[in-house]
Design a protein around this ligand. Structure first.
Ligand code: HEM
Length: 161
């Protein structure tokens, strides 16, 4: 079964803006990831405390593989959300993975503010990564795909049962 959240129409152009910019950015994924979460921690230093694997780690933050993979998850899942939004008119995430995502973020104490800061950091990172492609339309397309994905995750933000 699939979980869905209704949202405003997402056009083919918007999907193309997201997919096209991601295909360029992903070639630089190793730089993109650290840039992205450094922005998050710059704006919201307290967010670092949420990541349990950072607490007892001797690895410098920018080299932490788990943090890099979290950054990539946000990019990739937002991109997938854009594709689904266009195809199905709504973000569609497999219910099992959505349940897990909701439960994990709930358990670690991720709140609305963190999602907002992360959205801001995501858009800034994209703007700096592909300045020649950047436009208000691109910002809007990524923002909408992200909002939709987060809305879906939030529906499952409750203790796992
Ligand atoms: C864990 C994706 C937003 C903090 C995870 C995991 C994924 C993920 C795939 C791993 C879950 C697993 O164990 O299988 C996403 C996506 C987001 C998002 C797609 C937004 C669209 C955020 C935000 C924060 C955050 C805004 C906080 C600033 C965490 C933490 C964990 C986690 C603390 C657990 C890490 C640990 O094991 O210590 N997220 N995330 N996430 N996420 Fe997110």
């Amino acid at each position: 079964t699939m979980s869905t959240v209704e949202f405003k129409a997402f056009t083919e152009e918007q999907e193309a803006l997201v997919v096209k910019s991601w295909s360029v950015m992903k070639k630089n994924a190793s730089e993109l990831g650290p840039k992205f979460f450094f922005k998050i921690f710059e704006i919201a230093p307290s967010a670092q405390k949420l990541f349990s694997f950072l607490k007892d780690s001797n690895i410098p933050v920018e080299k932490n593989p788990k943090l890099k993979s979290h950054a990539m998850s946000v990019f990739i899942m937002t991109c997938e959300s854009a594709v689904q939004l266009r195809k199905a008119g709504k973000a569609t995430v497999r219910e099992s993975s959505l349940k897990k995502l909701g439960a994990v973020h709930f358990k670690h104490g991720v709140v609305d503010e963190h999602y907002e800061v992360t959205k801001f950091a995501l858009l800034e990172t994209i703007k700096e990564a592909v300045p020649e492609m950047w436009s208000p339309e691109m910002k809007n397309a990524w923002g909408q795909a992200y909002d939709q994905l987060v809305a879906a995750i939030k529906t499952e933000m409750k203790p796992s049962s």
